[in-house]
Ligand binder design. Structure first.
Ligand code: EPZ
Length: 451
């Protein structure tokens, strides 16, 4: 298994470009199941999760055309065979987001069989809201042998409905994606109340409308979908990844560095910049991009320069559904606040168990005190390198961030978690002056591994 060996204490400086958003690309790819025409997606990051979904889609008869080596981030998908509609456990268990094929497949084929995604290290990952929404559209849902079996009414077409998607932790992002996608082919009008407002939902609605769907209100808590008979192919560029951008903002601050981030979706990050600026991080919009061209007018694709005060200030933050502070940046912000002067407070309202990084950061000298869904971070002057264990995608990023800031050597084990959501992160960071080596953990001593 791959491991990162990080020599910390170096200031990171330079430019980094944000990839297309993983959490936008996954439901966008699943939308290719809604038509038999080709769907082209651009700025698709080369990530493990993306490759896993491509594998799953191929089993469902949606094939990826041979990539043009000159344009590796362009993915062309086309559904040519609808005979297999079973998303198997073997793939869905490796990536819960595989659930996003359920709505599109049900709507287009009249049936779908998708393995119930298991839980994961950030907590239980129920799909009751997904199923409630699809049942409201007329689907008959049964659970058999760990699989969700969904069948449209006789005749194979779903019908419009009023759907409430609010749950105990707010709305559901992939649940909204599933119901909105399915509703595009339903007969009649669907109103989704308490829909997720994440930018990734807006991006999916943009693609669906390019395919011929009629959708109003994406990005607001109420989405209205006017069903159509069929959808056609489309060509769409994936929005930039706000979580990757936020991760690099935290890294710039944690190393007291100076990083310019290109293709940054600043307009979707107000809750993030609000908290970082309160902590003493400076995020300044640049007038020119990497090629020196005047900054584009698109507020979702700007260049920002990130620096910070010498002394970081403590802040309070609570994770919320968008436009609140994203749960996917909670671990990274926590690692940064370990170095603030004073006591910060982080409350996790989306996944209250999403704290596996707490024990690992404590191994590096952080002073963290957890009380249920809240962690008090008592800032320290420095973190000290140590062997630590990655547990989920974002916790891994927080441990890399801490290792970059720490004195001495940090060994981050199980970085396959990181590869799920960050493209060759060590290469991007080393370009900024980091000293990270990706090694096979068999080449490490027990001490280095912390085993
Ligand atoms: C998406 O997951 C993201 N993944 C997650 O990012 C992100 O953390 C999450 O949204 C919240 O923003 C992708 O988009 C691929 P939810 P999703 O359904 O849609 C509860 C990452 O690191 N819930 O919005 O699966 C659920 O338990 C990943 O990139 C129900 O109760 O999350 C949670 O507490 C991790 N019933 C809350 O709602 C349901 O049917 C939000 O979950 C569905 C969800």
């Amino acid at each position: 298994m791959d491991t990162f060996v990080i020599e910390g204490g170096r200031r990171l400086e330079g430019r980094v470009t944000v990839n297309g958003a993983k959490n936008a690309a996954l439901p966008l790819m699943a939308a290719a199941l809604l038509t038999n025409e080709p769907v082209t997606l651009r700025d698709v990051a080369p990530l493990a999760d993306i490759r896993n979904l491509q594998r799953l889609l191929a089993e469902l008869g949606c094939h990826k055309a041979e990539a043009d080596p000159a344009q590796p981030a362009v993915v062309k998908l086309q559904t040519t065979d609808e005979s297999c509609s079973h998303a198997r456990y073997e793939i869905v268990r490796t990536m819960r987001a595989g659930i996003c094929v359920l709505g599109p497949m049900l709507a287009k084929r009249g049936e779908a069989k998708v393995s119930m995604p298991g839980g994961c290290s950030i907590g239980d990952r129920p799909v009751d809201l997904h199923l409630r929404g699809l049942a409201a559209l007329g689907a008959r849902i049964t659970l058999r042998g760990g699989d969700i079996i969904a069948e449209a009414p006789a005749g194979g077409r779903l019908h419009g409905a009023k759907v409430f998607l609010g749950g105990p932790f707010g709305s559901t992002v992939l649940g909204t994606a599933n119901v909105m996608s399915a509703a595009t082919l339903a007969e009649g009008i669907t109103i989704i109340e308490s829909a997720a407002c994440e930018p990734e939902i807006v991006d999916l609605a943009d693609l669906l409308m390019k395919m011929g769907a009629q959708i109003e209100g994406a990005g607001s808590p109420r989405i209205t979908v006017y069903g159509v008979k069929e959808l056609k192919g489309a060509d769409h560029r994936v929005i930039p990844d706000r979580i990757e951008a936020g991760t690099y903002m935290c890294i710039a601050a944690a190393t007291n560095g100076n990083i310019t981030i290109d293709n940054c979706p600043l307009d979707a990050m107000m809750s993030v910049t609000d908290r970082l600026e309160a902590a003493g991080v400076h995020i300044r919009r640049m007038g020119h991009n990497r090629q020196g061209d005047p900054a584009p007018e698109d507020p979702m694709r700007v260049s920002v320069k990130v620096t910070c005060d010498r002394i970081l200030r403590p802040v309070e933050v609570t994770t919320q559904p968008h436009p609140g502070f994203p749960t996917d940046l909670q671990a990274q912000l926590m690692a940064l606040l370990c170095l603030a002067e004073g006591n910060s407070v982080i409350t996790e309202k989306i996944f209250p168990e999403r704290f596996l990084h707490v024990a690992e950061l404590s191994r590096m000298g952080a002073h963290l005190f957890r009380q249920g869904p809240t962690v008090i971070i008592s800032g320290v002057r420095r973190l000290v390198g140590a062997p630590v264990m990655a547990s989920d995608l974002r916790a891994s990023a927080s441990l890399v961030l801490a290792g970059l800031a720490a004195e001495g050597t940090t060994v981050v084990n199980r970085v396959y978690h990181l590869d799920r959501g960050y493209e060759r992160m060590e290469e991007k960071l080393n370009m900024l002056g980091a000293a990270i080596e990706r090694v096979d953990d068999k080449s490490l001593t027990d001490d280095q591994r912390g085993g």
